[in-house]
Design a protein around this ligand. Sequence first.
Ligand code: PBG
Length: 338
Amino acid sequence: MSIAYGHNSASGLSPVPFYRPRRLRRTPALRRLTAETRVSAANLVQPLFLREGLKEPREISSMPGVYQHTRDTLRKAAVEAVDKGVGALMLFGIPEHKDPQGSGAVDPDGILQTALRDVSEEVGDATVVIGDINLDEYTDHGHTGVLDADGDVDNDASIELYAQAALVQAEAGAQVVAPSGMMDGQVRRIREALDAAGHQSVAILGYSAKYASHYYGPFRDAVESTLTGDRKGYQQYPGNIRESLREVDLDLAEGADMVMVKPALAYLDILSMIAGHVDVPVAAYQVSGEYSMIEAAAAKGWIDRDNVIRESLTSIHRAGASQIITYWAAEFADSLDR
Ligand code: PBG
C-alpha cells in the first residue's frame, strides 16, 4: 500500500532505505514515547500464602523467594506489596489438617478467613483483597471438590461448598472472590449465595479458562497438596481453543465480573482471543511453574532474570491481560516508574 507510493527510483528500488522504523527506536526517550503497552503496578496482583500453625515463615522449596507466611509475616508482606503499589492481593490458606470434605474452606475461622480478616484490617482500604475459592488446599485427596461414592468429583455437592466458602470469605473481608475449581455452575451458585446474604457488592473473578496444566506443579508444594489422580476431568485440555469461549461465556452469563485465563505464557493465544471476545476485564495468572522455570534458569546464570521477568509480564499484558497475577508482583511493581 502506501509503502510503494512515489518514493522509488526509476529502477523500482530505493537506493537507500527510505522507511526507517529504527528512527523511533533510537533513544530511550523515543522508545518510551512510542511504547504501545506497558505494565503498571496497579495491574499486578500478588498471591500470598498463610500457613496455619507456622511459627516462622517457610520458603517454598520449588518457588525460591515465595513463602508460606505466619499471621505476623503475612501482614508485613501485605503492607510491603501495597507500599510498592500492587493493585491487589490474592490470598491462599494452607490448613494444618486436611480432610475428605475440605472443611477448612467453609469454616468461618478457617485459615484463609483468618488471612482475609488480618489483611483487610491491615491494608483493606488501600488495595483489593481477593480470596481464592477452592477445596484443593483443604482436602486430603487434593481434588478441588468433594468426591462421590465412585471417587469422582461431585460437581453439585462441591459448588454448594464453594457457595459457603464465598460467604465466609465475604464476611471475613474479601472484596473479590475467585472460584478456581472449574465446576459447572459455580459462578452462578456463588453469586446467588452472596446476593441472598446481602453481599451484592462482592465481585467474582472467574478462573474461566483454566487448563489442566503441569505448570501448577510447584503450587502443590506451596499448599502441601498431594493429588490422587489428575484434574483432567474438570480442567481444560491444553489443545482446546473454542472450549475457552464457551467457559468464558458461561461464567459471564452466570454473573462473573471479571474472567481469567490460566496459565499465562503458554496460553497467550487464548488470552488474546478472550480479550477480543469480552467486554469485562480479562486477567491472566502467571502460575507457579512459570515462576519457577525463570527463577531456576536465572539461578544457573543462563538467563538475565530481571529482563526475562519484564519481558514475560509485558508479553502477557500485550496479549490482552488487564490484570496479571504473578508471584513477582511486589518486586516488579517496585521496579516500575509509577
Ligand atoms: C486452586 C488453584 C491452583 C492454582 C491457583 N488456584 C491449583 C490448581 O488448580 O491446581 C495454581 C496456581 C499456580 O500454579 O501458581 N486452589
